[in-house]
Design a protein around this ligand. Structure first.
Ligand code: 3HC
Ligand code: NAI
Length: 694
């Protein structure tokens, strides 16, 4: 029984107990309805409290029921029933009161919360709007503007702010249950205060317009946010019951939308990546002291990520000058966290004077539980570093490399303890980006993998398991679709058109803007490194080499594909003639591309290589690819990731594209056998996500 009804004195006590997060499954809804009826019929009860067992108040509707036929009792009707009771009901919140959970509380007649409670309506992150009164009751309690901000941003409101805004009535000092019972005693005998009966607040058209314009930028391509604004505006202009009908219709329409399916796939996929069979029941090794080798872009960022998570960090650089620079970078990043309000200034000071130190001697890593190498991307350097680590690291220390492309098996063989070696591929900036590719080498011990996943949890990052290959999951797929993109530019597309087409599709940035950000030297060096293994039919982006030779390195030199000065990056009029010269030298006659074709080619290349990474086991399942691309490569979340997107298009359609492109270039465009097999069997990539909730 996930919901029980009991009585304490003259107060009815309704307890929801549906671990892990008390989601409003059908059984919980049915139980609540029964409990509400029991309370209504209980002459001995003058008021009731609703409490939740476990770590949190209700965290929302049960998302795993979405997309399936809805089952009664429906949540809006249940909340209406509770609100309509003629004796008061108190909601006693703790943990996170989210979505349908907060809506349930809004239907109660009084609300009290433990001091650390956070409240929010995160439905837009799932491609939905609140569907059980959130758009109609929340504005009545806290005003239209504040409600719209909460609904469209999905922000979690801390209890003190909620109290000030009028969202809750009290913060519980001491025991929540006792405080809720006290509040119930206070309101017992009074007429229930129904949120629905509060007057609908005014809507300021100018503020609404400003919000709509802001959302067009911040929620580009997404439909839920604008739908929420409309539901609030239209609903508040009508009597409550009709307002609820407006909300319900919009909620139902979104429930049927591909964006909802994509965003909920992303939600479950991000949790499924942690369910790794090989580490089930395996205890991670202890993890308190971290060593970082190399204090450049990545090393400093990794150090800061670890420090912010409360770990102790020793960073090694080559010489005192390097160590000093690294300290300055780390201090600068911590300052940034202070400025953004993420870190109290006093904690920064204790970190810099206690938990963080630099050294130039590997011996300082003797006590480290985990050592992460982030030196230059060259195998000889990595091998030297790991041989040196082998001499100083304590037995059982985890030895990790942050390499972007190199062979982790070979790096592991530079030590006498390859079982302790693993790849931890962080993304730049490492203290911000949530993705961590955990590269499991042939001889990596399971408890080393478990430690990597434990580290990710500690750093609040999403870890995805990857196998060893050139570029692992993300960079391998990136290299492939970048080649398709560069080929289009060689054949006549403008890099600016490519960037525009792909940002219109939903990518955070276009590939050429990304090149400028990373630095054109990075791609140049990768091409140099791989030149020897190049196939004669591989197409080389000669224009990128030219830009590099001209010293146009991207943002850091003020000029790459774009021009950088004050203000937004500008298109460079000199780029088109340069491209024309390159094409002429190669004997290519430029042709034009539509935006649709740019997207089709980019996506077909991405899906094709992603299918190969799944087929050869580099990625465990298609959903692992999706999580990597969503969290490390700016893939639009509302499209769910390339594998989810491919299923939504239909694999036969993707294969038809690949075959069409192959007619021009059958070296690059060779369909992955996995795609052909699945299509022939009428199956989808999602079928390979077996055993997950996605
Ligand atoms: N429904 C079903 N399962 C849920 C769930 C939900 N609403 N919320 C979390 N879970 C599951 C997770 O999938 C996970 O399962 P697993 O252990 O099998 O992987 C488990 O609960 C624990 O979740 P987390 O790992 O995310 O736990 P955290 O402690 O890190 O976070 C949380 C807890 C903040 C509650 C987070 O889970 C969360 O944000 N949940 C979603 C909240 C949400 O979006 N609610 C709105 C739903 S839409 C709605 O209510 C519609 C309404 O308006 C009608
Ligand atoms: P970087 O050039 O900014 O920093 C490398 C640092 O290592 C330098 O400060 C250098 O002094 C130091 N170093 C070199 N040899 C050393 C040694 N033997 N002992 C101690 N310190 C030494 O390079 P970056 O960008 O930080 O890259 C580091 C690694 O991270 C590379 O393997 C790279 O492929 C990988 N990586 C880089 C990403 C990026 O976006 N820059 C993203 C993910 C991984």
């Amino acid at each position: 029984m996930p919901v029980t009804y009991a009585r304490q004195g003259r107060i009815g006590v309704i307890t929801i107990d549906n671990p892990p997060v008390n989601a409003l499954s059908q059984a919980v809804r049915a139980g609540l309805l029964q409990a509400a009826d029991a309370f209504a019929a209980d002459d001995q009860a003058d008021a009731a409290v609703i409490l939740c067992a476990g770590r949190t108040w209700v965290a929302g509707a049960d998302i795993s029921e979405f997309g399936k036929p809805p089952a009664e009792p429906f949540l809006p009707a249940l909340i209406d029933r509770i609100e309509a009771l003629d004796k008061p009901v108190v909601a006693a919140l703790h943990g996170t009161a989210l979505g349908g959970g907060l809506e349930l509380a809004l239907g109660a007649h009084a609300r009290i919360a433990a001091p650390a409670t956070r409240m929010g309506l995160p439905e837009v992150t799932l491609g939905l709007i609140p569907g059980a009164g959130g758009t109609q009751r929340l504005p009545r309690l806290i005003g239209t503007q504040a409600a719209l901000e909460a609904i469209t941003s999905a922000r979690q409101i801390p209890a003190p702010e909620a109290l000030e805004a009028g969202l809750i009535d009290r913060i519980a000092e001491g025991d929540l249950t006792q405080a809720a019972l006290d509040l119930a005693h206070d309101v017992a005998g009074q007429p229930p205060r129904r949120t629905r009966d509060l007057p609908a607040p005014a809507v300021d058209p100018a503020q609404l317009q400003a919000l709509t314009e802001r959302l067009a930028r911040s929620a580009r391509g997404q439909i839920a946010q604008a739908t929420a604004v409309d539901a609030v505006r239209e609903g508040l202009a009508l009597p409550f019951a009709q307002g609820m009908a407006v909300e319900r219709a919009a909620f139902r329409a979104l429930m049927d939308s591909p964006q909802r399916a994509a965003l909920i796939h992303a939600f479950f996929a991000e949790r499924a990546v942690a369910h790794l069979p090989e580490i089930q029941g395996v205890d991670p090794r202890p993890l308190d002291r971290v060593g970082v080798i190399g204090g450049g872009t990545m090393g400093a960022g990794i150090a800061v990520a670890a420090l912010l998570a409360g770990l102790d960090v020793t960073l090694i650089e080559r010489d005192p000058d390097g160590a000093q620079k690294a300290t300055a970078t780390v201090a600068g990043l911590l300052d940034g966290a202070v400025t953004r309000g993420k870190l109290p200034a006093a904690r920064r000071d204790t970190i810099l004077s206690g938990a963080f130190r630099t050294d130039t001697d590997y011996a300082a890593l003797r006590e480290a539980d985990l050592i992460i190498e982030a030196v230059f991307e060259a195998m000889e350097v990595k091998e030297q570093v790991f041989a040196a680590l082998d001499r100083v690291a304590k037995p059982g220390a985890v030895l990790a490399t942050n390499t972007s492309y190199l062979d982790v098996n070979r790096i592991a063989e530079a030590t006498g303890r390859p079982g302790d070696v693993i790849g931890l591929h962080f993304f730049s900036p490492a203290h911000v980006m949530r993705l961590l590719e955990v590269v499991v080498a042939d001889r990596t011990a399971p408890d080393v993998t478990a430690t990597a996943f434990a580290l990710a949890r500690r750093l609040k990052k999403i870890a995805v398991r990857a196998g060893v290959c050139d570029g692992f999951i993300g960079n391998r797929i990136l290299s492939h679709y970048r080649a398709a993109v560069d080929a289009m530019v060689l054949d006549g597309a403008s890099p600016y058109q490519v960037d525009r087409a792909l940002t219109k599709f939903g990518f955070a940035m276009g590939p050429y803007a990304v090149s400028d950000l990373a630095g054109l030297d990075i791609g140049y060096m990768t091409r140099q490194r791989k030149a020897a293994e190049r196939h004669p039919r591989d197409r080389v982006p000669v224009f990128a080499d030219r830009l590099h030779e001209m010293g146009r390195l991207g943002r850091k030199s003020g000029r790459g594909y774009y021009l950088y000065g004050n203000g937004a990056p500008q298109e460079d009029p000199e780029l088109a003639p340069l491209l024309d010269r390159v094409r002429a030298d190669l004997g290519l006659t430029p042709r034009s591309f539509t935006d649709e074709e740019i997207v089709a080619r980019t996506m077909a290349a991405m899906v094709n290589e992603a299918a190969r990474t799944v087929a050869d086991g580099t990625a465990l399942r298609p959903l692992d690819v999706d999580v990597v691309m969503l969290n490390g490569y700016g893939f639009p979340r509302f499209r769910g990731g390339p594998m989810h997107w491919a299923d939504a298009q239909g694999l036969p359609a993707i294969l038809a594209d690949i075959d069409r492109f192959s007619a021009e270039d059958d070296h690059f465009w060779q369909a992955a056998p996995l795609l052909r097999d699945l299509a022939a069997q009428g199956r989808s990539l999602a079928d390979l996500n077996e055993g997950t909730k996605s």
